[in-house]
Design a protein around this ligand. Structure first.
Ligand code: ZN
Length: 111
């Protein structure tokens, strides 16, 4: 049977990184507010960024892909919570992606 209704999007990527360190809660986001469940700061908090950089030290492209997926999920949650005054796209880009981008070598950057 062909339907004209669009499917409801799923919940998308589940944020399970960085992994837990020690006995406390992991520095992963609490949805839909996207604050850290361990320290309460906007996610990714400073400890989460450090842990993610360590976990993805050999796969910075994978880190960017992971963070891009989570930024999409955060946009959906945050704009749903506050549709008239949600965070602007640049703020979310800086928060989720700008810090985790693979570094370019000096030769590539100077072109
Ligand atoms: Zn945290």
């Amino acid at each position: 049977m062909i339907s004209t209704r669009l499917p409801t999007p799923g919940r998308g990527l589940y944020p399970q990184r960085p992994g837990a360190v020690g006995t406390g809660p992991p520095h992963t986001p609490l949805r839909p507010m996207w604050c850290c469940r361990a320290c309460g700061q906007p996610w990714p908090c400073a400890p989460a960024r450090l842990l993610l950089r360590a976990e993805y030290a050999r796969n910075r492209t994978g880190l960017s892909i992971y963070l891009a997926g989570l930024m999409y999920e955060a946009m959906r949650d945050l704009y749903h919570l506050n549709p008239h005054d949600g965070p602007d796209p640049k703020t979310l880009f800086d928060r989720f992606l700008a810090w985790g981008s693979p570094r370019r070598r000096r030769v590539e950057a100077s072109r």
